[in-house]
Each structure stands twice: as C-alpha cells, then as structure tokens.
Write a protein that binds this ligand. Structure first.
Ligand code: ZN
Length: 239
C-alpha cells in the first residue's frame, strides 16, 4: 500500500479513494526500526512518522507496524527488541496527534531474523503493557503469524480491545516459502473459525482482512477469480 501511495502521493490517493467510495482500514508497514546505528534508527523513525501523516491523509484507521528483524551484523536479539520498543514509544505522540492508531503486528518466528523480532501475541501484549497507550497503540493479529502460539486463547483474552486489525490466511503443511506461500482460508491447517470465535468472544467487531502473500499460486491468478474464491470461502464458513 505504501509503495502505491509513493507513486502518486497521499493527497491524490485520497481523491481516488473518495471517487470510488472506498475506505482504508490500514496502511502498512511502518516500523522496521531495530537498527543500532543512531542515524539509521532516526531515518526509520522519520519514515514511519511520514507514514502516519500519509495514513491520516487517506483517512486510514491505523498504521500497521512491524518491528523489523536484526540489522546487518547484529546478533543481540534483546537489544533489537528494546530498540523496537523505543521506536514504538517515539511514534506514539505523533500517532495521537494524527488521530491514527498504531497496530503492532507480531510475525511468525521463522521471519524473526529479517522481518520482526516480535514473534508472539504475548510479546505484543507485553509491549502494549509497557507503553500504556491504549488510546493509540493496538495490535494487528495475523492468523498466519500466531496460530501455533501455545497460549493463544489466553493472549487473545488478555489483548481484548487491543486487537484493531485481523489478518487471515491459512498455513499450508507443504509450504514452500514461510513468507510468500500463504494459503487461501480452508486450504490449510489453521483453526480460523476457532480463532475468529475467540476474538469475537472478547469483543472484536472489526473486519476480517484476507491477506494472502502467494507468489506461486494466488498472485498468478486474475484478481476477479481470487475475489470469487475468497467470497466462497466466507460463505462456506472457512474463516
Ligand atoms: Zn498481516
């Protein structure tokens, strides 16, 4: 989404969205701020600050933030997590001023090295506890990232109204790529109906955002076909 925005600018994008009566749930991804180098860290923060401005311009309800993995040459995972917490803390006031919420998204541990040093809903909850900014800091829960988490039901209950984004795809047992080979709901092994039920039990009433990174399969098909299958899976109660 951010790449498309950079192509035409947020103001023009807002006009296009308006012309087509479309609303934006979230802009993504901000964050990626685990660098030890102070200059690189500040550059990343500035980029996220600008994304918050863009999100406000297109009236997006939130900016999804992923922390980033380990910077090149870095081996101190604890430092990277502290840096990510610092980055979030620095973003909170600007998010508040923009009226855009931050949706911290934990990602699957297989991408810890290069995408997110926050790998569990438990860790995301811990960060939210520390930062104590419930008006502006929430969590995006992605089924693909946390379906395996041992105490997921307890962490969903703990998160409660923090869950402001819900991303859905399925885990294929024979996956070829842990990032870009996501499955269509119903084609894999995640208890999507169960997870959604837990979310709704704890008050979630937001959208179910189908997010299928699928380089070898769904991205190869016409968009209309993909949308048709998604609608079918909804009506078949696959998610
Ligand atoms: Zn996601």
């Amino acid at each position: 989404m951010e790449r498309q925005l950079q192509g035409i600018g947020a103001q023009a994008a807002a006009a296009v969205l308006d012309d087509h009566a479309m609303t934006v749930l979230a802009l993504c991804p901000g964050g990626l701020f685990t660098q030890r180098d102070p200059g690189e860290f500040e550059t990343a923060l500035t980029a996220s600050t600008r994304m918050l401005d863009d999100a406000a311009a297109i009236d997006a309800r939130s900016l999804v933030v992923i922390t980033g993995g380990l910077a090149p040459g870095e081996r101190d995972l604890g430092f990277a997590r502290e840096r990510a917490l610092e980055g979030l803390a620095r973003l909170v006031p600007h998010a508040r001023a923009c009226g855009v919420r931050i949706a911290l998204e934990p990602l699957h541990p297989m991408v810890c090295g290069f995408r997110s040093v926050v790998c569990t809903l438990r860790e995301a909850n811990d960060m939210c506890d520390v930062l104590n900014a419930p008006d502006v800091l929430g969590i995006a829960l992605d089924t693909y990232a946390v379906w395996w988490e041992g105490d997921l039901p307890a962490q969903i209950a703990r998160a409660g109204s923090r869950i402001i984004g819900y991303h859905v795809s399925d885990w294929l047992t024979d996956t070829c790529d842990v990032r870009l080979d996501r499955g269509m709901p119903g084609d894999g092994i995640i208890d999507l109906v169960g997870i959604r039920g837990q979310l709704e039990e704890h008050g979630f009433r937001g959208h179910c955002e189908i997010e299928i990174f699928s380089q070898r399969n769904w991205w190869q098909r016409p968009a209309d076909e993909v949308l048709t299958v998604i609608k079918e899976r909804f009506t078949q109660d696959a998610c």
